[in-house]
Design a binder for this molecule. Structure first.
Ligand code: ADP
Ligand code: MG
Length: 443
């Protein structure tokens, strides 16, 4: 039982901090935290994701020290656990005023706001990171490096950051470029002997947003200039946000630049699960004033699964049709209209069993060992890989997946997932092994 007094220290802290930060900041960082237990000796908090935890410790440690219990070592006696995500729920983003009246507005697609970005387990972390950087440019994670496959919302998030900064930090000098545009700019200025001017421009920015950095690969001369700009900005604590189709370590760029890009936070945007795809589809449809019945939305989202841009294409076609012919959308109609867009078979249902078998054969261990308790490295690694893949590929609750691993807990599974996810960024061999296992499972 919490005594009134114990619960109070957190409330007191909240009261204190609420007066010192903006309402939006408070809402974003504190309103989703729950106190699980609190004694005079320690406090256990439940946070929506690890980013919130990190952000609290990075930015509010000193303030928390004033109120919360500390250990003998002087550290905060504070434990965190991550809340299981409710996939159907949208976390409210701050509402942006419609008319920002800014001449630079054309830099950004007006639809690509945080508000219009639908969250699910695959992108919640990266969305929080993006919002964090937008709220405190240069003061949280720098650089922020966003990577993930085509059509999964990277550009949308970059523009979301841009919109947010334009509205909330009016005096910030911000530039949003694609890597192509940066290179073109550089070519133009080299030709006109005005490179110094360009350098000055870029190095005086407060925030630089660069999309599709993969296009810098194999462009040696440009890479060096980019790297210099990058370093000059970072050294002045200016915020840099980069998007790419691969993690830094998989880019064919100099070690120097790769290391710089890994300095801050590398965040992955994954393929949204079915519920999130349905939510995105419904949201996009509502922006176009089209009503899509729920069974039709599921029908489409089950068949277009790895690119949100395609999902939008489907809605556009349905919208055009329903404007012409005033009729109720049905699955049959969707099937006819979208024939060549839809995969013939819905995404194959992957089972824990098939994952275990593929993992076991690649790592040359027994399935029963993976399910067992052995902590030997030769067994523990394949087990963690299998857990990672299960979370990535299977649309079930963590609890249910974990129980298929000989009754492990969902936190063991989550721990394994995080560990492998981090390893993957650094370990090429592991990356390839996992790619092969995935092919085997899906093929
Ligand atoms: P990328 O840059 O990763 O290739 P984009 O940012 O261009 O992808 O996104 C493609 C389309 O999908 C855009 O119209 C974007 O608004 C939409 N989209 C992607 N993810 C989401 C999401 N989570 N919520 C809403 N729309 C999304
Ligand atoms: Mg893009």
């Amino acid at each position: 039982m919490l005594t009134c007094k114990d619960q109070d220290v957190w409330s007191q802290f909240l009261e204190f901090i609420q007066k010192r930060i903006s309402e939006t900041e408070f809402k974003n960082w504190f309103s989703h935290i729950n106190v699980l237990s609190s004694t005079g000796e320690e406090i256990n908090l439940e946070v929506p994701n690890i980013f919130v935890q990190q952000y609290l410790l990075d930015n509010y440690q000193k303030d928390m020290m004033l109120f919360l219990p500390t250990k003998k070592t002087g550290e905060l006696a504070l434990n965190f656990s991550i809340k299981e995500v409710d996939k159907t729920k949208k976390i409210k983003s701050p509402v942006l005023p419609q008319d920002t009246n800014n001449k630079d507005e054309q830099q950004f697609n007006s639809q690509y706001t945080f508000e219009n970005f639908i969250e699910g387990p695959s992108n919640q972390f990266v969305k929080s990171a993006a919002l964090g950087v937008a709220q405190r440019p240069g003061k949280s994670f720098n650089p922020l490096f966003i990577h993930g496959g085509v059509g999964l919302g990277k550009t949308h998030l970059l523009h979301g950051i841009g919109h947010y900064i334009k509205v909330h930090h009016k005096n910030v000098n911000l530039k949003n470029v694609t890597t192509e545009a940066f290179i073109n700019d550089l070519v133009f200025n080299l030709r006109n002997k005005s490179v110094d001017q360009m350098k000055r421009f870029y190095r005086n920015l407060d925030v630089l947003i660069v999309d599709d950095i993969q296009f810098l690969q194999d462009r040696l001369n440009f890479e060096e200039e980019f790297c210099n700009t990058f370093e000059s900005l970072i050294n002045q604590n200016k915020q840099i946000i980069i998007a790419s189709d691969k993690p830094p370590s998989h880019l064919k760029l100099s070690q120097r630049l790769i290391a710089r890009m890994e300095w801050g936070l590398v965040a992955h945007v994954g393929i949204p699960d079915l519920e999130t795809r349905v939510a995105i589809l419904q949201h996009k449809a509502s922006l176009k004033n089209v009503k899509i019945p729920s069974d039709v939305a599921f029908f489409i989202a089950e068949r277009i699964f790895n690119n949100i841009r395609q999902l939008e294409g489907a809605i556009n076609r349905l919208a055009a049709y329903s404007r012409l012919i005033n009729t109720q959308l049905t699955k049959e109609l969707a099937q006819n209209l979208l024939q060549e867009m839809l995969s013939f078979t819905p995404q194959k249902k992957v089972s824990v069993e098939s994952i275990l078998q593929s993992v076991a054969s690649i790592f040359e261990v027994k399935v029963s060992d993976i399910r067992g308790e052995s902590r030997l490295k030769e067994i523990a690694l394949p087990r963690q890989v299998a857990m990672y893949l299960s979370k990535e590929l299977i649309n079930e609750s963590l609890q249910k997946i974990a129980s298929s691993f000989g009754g492990k807990t969902h936190s063991t599974l989550l721990h394994a997932w995080k560990k492998i996810k981090t390893e993957l960024e650094k370990d090429q061999t592991l990356f390839r092994q996992i790619e092969i296992i995935k092919k085997n499972i899906e093929g």
